[in-house]
Each structure stands twice: as structure tokens, then as C-alpha cells.
Design a binder for this molecule. Structure first.
Ligand code: F3S
Length: 284
């Protein structure tokens, strides 16, 4: 008997992830050595599939010194101005797969800081996207990630700031942070750079988990947006599972009546979603 299976409309790759993978696929088909600056996405299976095609992940520009010349692909998170320049100087061809939404933040930070504005980035300072954004500022740049940090923020010498956000930052939290900045009397120039892809995925996951007997969230352990989807679904559906592939659920799902919901993080390839979907629909 077929189980009722519902997959959220926007499960899996966001626009920027799909674009980066497409650009890497094209580069890998050219017969030249191909390198990615960091893993192309937070998904081990996808990275492995590219490794099999000869794509090598580098973590630092200096590694390219001892490697044959080829193509370097910058992933969707983007890189700092300095890394960009250093990659360019290695003599490799550089393909920039930085998501255009992240690129827009680089441009804002570059231009505003050149005009003398101080920059505040709301986001996780250890995330590669934020490190890249900070690296486009031509003047002082502060990163703020927690409520405690906004509350502590105190700069009597500066009144005007340009504020940008990491694309995946929580929208409500961002607004709360802005309120505090305003209450403190700062003159803030806010550029809302949060990408809708995250919010849409989260809203869809929340809606589906309320209607599902079992909820499957597909994503790599390292993918923070996938884990966030898991937390959201778990709040509404007791039988929520965070899985990397179909192997994690084979023979392990509870036999509960009712529909099975599936969602997936923005770095989960379509074929992994399809494998899971086909298993729960036909074999489970
Ligand atoms: Fe780009 Fe938004 Fe994805 S910024 S990489 S489309 S989450």
C-alpha cells in the first residue's frame, strides 16, 4: 500500500546553491584540474561525488602553489576581497559562484565603508559568509550575533552605522536587534540583506510538520539551516527524524498511521530527496 507522502514545495537547493553546483559541474566537465575554495556545499555526499570527478577542496590559497594550474571555484558563501585577489594572482582561472544575494552585501559594505560609514554585520562571526562580508569593509567593521552583544554595544564616538545581515539570519531576531540599536540612540542605516529562501523553507516545514504523523528532515549534520528545520519540525511533530540519506531510516521508521512529511535543507541535492521519497512511498 502506498503511504501518503508530502514534500515541501521548496525542499532542497536554494537558488544560490543550485547555481554554485551548476557552475562547478560545468567547470568539472572541462578536463582541467578543478579546485573549490572550501567544500562547495555543506553536504558530504555531494562533495564526495565531485571528488570522484577529480574536484579537489582547498582550504587555503597557499595550497594552490604546489598544484597544477586549473580552475578555482568560489562557493556561494563568497570570500573576502583579500582572498579574491589572492586567488586571482595564483594564475588559475577563477569562477565566482558567490550567490548574487551575498555579492550584493559585499558591494554595499565596500561602497558604504569607502564613504566613511562604519559597518555592523549581524551574523555568526565564525561562518564563512560573514568572514567574507567583513573582508569587504574598508573601515572598522563589527560583527554582532547575540542579544547580549547588542545590549553591550556601546560606541559613544560613533552615532551612524550601516547595518547588514548574514543572509540566513533569523528575521525576527534581526528586527529585535535593530530596535535596541534605535533605543540606544544610534542613527542606523539598515540594509535588510536576509534571504527569503531560509524563511520560506522554515514556514513550509512548520506548516507541514503540524499535519504529519512522521516528519523527515534531510540534510547534512554540518548544515545549520537543515538542523534549524529539524528543530522547527520537532516542536510540532514528535516523530521527526534528521537524516542524511535513505540509509538512516531503512527499517527504522515507526509504523504510525497518517501522512509522512519530508523537507530538506538548502544544501541537500534533489536526488537524495527523491531516494527518500521513493523509499517511504513504496518500500516502507
Ligand atoms: Fe543565496 Fe539565499 Fe541560498 S543568499 S545561497 S539563495 S540561502
Amino acid at each position: 500500500m502506498e503511504r501518503e507522502v508530502v514534500v515541501t514545495k521548496n525542499a532542497g537547493f536554494c537558488f544560490g546553491a543550485a547555481r554554485a553546483v551548476e557552475l562547478l559541474e560545468k567547470a568539472a566537465s572541462e578536463g582541467k584540474p578543478v579546485y573549490t575554495y572550501g567544500p562547495i556545499l555543506n553536504n558530504d555526499r555531494l562533495v564526495e561525488s565531485f571528488t570522484k570527478k577529480g574536484v579537489k577542496v582547498i582550504e587555503d590559497v597557499s595550497e594552490l602553489k604546489d598544484l597544477p594550474k586549473g580552475i578555482v571555484v568560489i562557493r556561494s558563501h563568497g570570500v573576502s576581497k583579500e582572498v579574491y585577489k589572492a586567488l586571482d594572482e595564483t594564475g588559475n582561472e577563477v569562477i565566482d559562484a558567490t550567490c548574487p544575494f551575498v555579492k550584493r552585501i559585499h558591494k554595499i559594505v565596500d561602497e558604504r565603508s569607502k564613504n566613511g560609514e562604519k559597518i555592523v554585520v549581524i551574523g555568526n562571526p565564525t561562518h564563512p559568509e560573514v568572514k567574507g562580508i567583513v573582508g569587504w569593509s574598508n573601515s572598522e567593521c563589527t560583527v554582532i550575533n547575540t542579544m547580549e552583544e547588542v545590549e553591550k554595544f556601546c560606541r559613544a564616538d560613533i552615532k551612524d552605522f550601516c547595518i547588514v545581515a548574514q543572509t540566513t539570519f533569523n528575521s525576527n531576531k534581526f528586527q529585535e536587534f535593530l530596535d535596541i540599536f534605535r533605543k540606544k540612540g544610534y542613527n542606523i542605516n539598515v540594509m535588510n540583506t536576509i534571504c527569503d529562501a531560509t524563511r520560506i523553507r522554515q514556514t513550509e516545514a512548520a506548516e507541514l510538520s503540524k499535519k504529519s504523523a512522521v516528519m523527515l528532515v534531510i540534510g547534512d549534520e554540518k548544515s545549520s539551516n537543515s538542523r534549524k528545520l529539524y528543530d522547527i519540525c520537532k516542536a510540532d511533530c514528535n516523530h521527526t527524524y534528521f537524516i542524511q540519506s535513505v540509509e538512516d531510516i531503512r527499517g527504522r521508521l515507526p509504523v504510525t498511521p497518517g501522512p509522512i512529511g519530508i523537507t530538506a535543507g538548502a544544501s541537500t541535492p534533489k536526488y537524495i530527496i527523491e531516494e527518500v521519497q521513493s523509499y517511504v512511498r513504496h518500500d516502507f
